[in-house]
Design a protein around this ligand. Sequence first.
Ligand SMILES: Nc1ncnc2c1ncn2[C@@H]1O[C@H](COP(=O)(O)OP(=O)(O)OP(=O)(O)O)[C@@H](O)[C@H]1O
Ligand SMILES: [Mg+2]
Length: 262
Amino acid sequence: MTDPDADRKVADRKVADRKVADRKVADRKVADRKIVLDVRNLTKTYISGDRPLTVLDDVSFAIEAGSANAIVGPSGSGKTTLLGLCAGLDQASKGKVVLAGTPLDELDEDARARLRNEHVGFVFQTFQLVPTLSAVENVAVPLELRGERGAMRRAAELLERVGLSDRLHHYPTQLSGGEQQRVGIARAFINRPKILFADEPTGSLDGQTGGAIEDLLFEINAEAGTTLIVVTHDLELATRTGRVIRLRDGRIVDDGSNVKIT
Ligand SMILES: Nc1ncnc2c1ncn2[C@@H]1O[C@H](COP(=O)(O)OP(=O)(O)OP(=O)(O)O)[C@@H](O)[C@H]1O
Ligand SMILES: [Mg+2]
């Protein structure tokens, strides 16, 4: 004879156990979705002459999806190096970067390029435009690489948004520094990136243009939920982000919201 009470208890326990298991999976999914960039114990050492030079030293942080973050620090403190490693443009000496759920060290060069094309926008401190392409062609490149239609039209729209609608067919040498930077910004947005790395995006712009570009960065952050990581010396830009990570000599010396910038 079976005991109906005992059977019911076993069944109830199974249901309860399954609920706990389901909740754990759901929690893990939420946790995975929330962290778009996870940086663990990142170290970069160059050999310069015959001596090792450590320019990033055991850096760890995690970035929440949709957040706006600034990285600040003196010249040479490792900001550009850090962005390059986070975006998979360069390889670490030690440590790990997990970008959009994918550990970068497990990918080869081609797979890293595909991941970047799909999820990442990058505004370079030194612009990095292709000299033989016009402004509109430079902006269209990431979409054309994917074989998407309408790349040129969208590139023209983005150039209009950064105030360059009358410079579409200029080549980089025919553009001022600030104009080249705006082309770089338009290019960084064209693939609707999940995460945008911007290295001194307002560095060579006058106050008014810089302000318009800042507004654009935050508008796109709000509209499209794009995560922003901005390297900047611009205190106003840094204070507009929710979090400021401060580097000195390759180490994080401060990491938090409401950090006083000096
Ligand atoms: N390929 C390289 N070989 C050797 N040293 C390098 C190399 N690239 C960068 N460095 C050194 O690493 C350090 C950090 O450079 P990085 O460009 O990351 O600084 P940064 O914080 O971006 O500075 P800035 O504000 O001037 O742009 C610098 O001291 C630089 O000289
Ligand atoms: Mg730099």
